[in-house]
Design a protein. Structure first.
Length: 161
């Protein structure tokens, strides 16, 4: 696989793309595949919408009703750790989805880290501004961040209401 194919298409997929050249697309697709497999393994009905460039990746039937889910995947050069942060850009706070599912991708291997309802996430997160320094990382966009350790376990999504 060429580095361009591994990293992305060379252009932003949509207005929510943060990384230059669409390089986060690879991690995003791996996260979506991992979540779709989780849904299938748990016999949950869903539709995939990520190709529509809209605010949700999946429509999922949970507790008898349709729920919009946005999968947030972050490529890392270290193994997943509960102290790492889930991350959502601030402009997405106004988008129509009900649940964020977070995934950490290391060496092409996605790990589902957990989930939070959109409203819960924005109530609990710490807000950062583009250019802020967080450890050795410079924020690329205004965003909300929440430790993976504060996410709900994937199994709890099965009884989401």
């Amino acid at each position: 696989m060429s580095s361009e194919n591994r990293l992305g298409t060379g252009q932003a997929f949509n207005s929510m793309t943060i990384l230059d050249g669409g390089s986060g697309q690879h991690a995003g697709k791996l996260g979506e595949i991992k979540f779709a497999r989780w849904l299938i393994a748990n016999d949950i009905e869903f539709s995939w919408h990520a190709c529509d460039k809209g605010p949700i990746d999946f429509s999922v039937i949970l507790s008898g009703r349709c729920t919009g889910v946005d999968v947030k995947a972050k490529e890392r050069n270290v193994p997943p750790d509960w102290r790492h942060d889930a991350h959502v850009t601030a402009e997405q706070e106004r988008y129509a989805c009900q649940v964020y599912v977070f995934c950490s991708v290391t060496d092409g291997e996605p790990t589902l880290m957990g989930w939070r309802g959109k409203l819960e996430f924005w109530e609990m997160c710490r807000r950062v501004t583009k250019g802020d320094i967080d450890g050795s990382f410079t924020e690329r966009a205004d965003a909300g961040k929440l430790s993976y350790g504060k996410l709900r376990k994937m199994e709890e999504l099965l009884s989401y209401r």
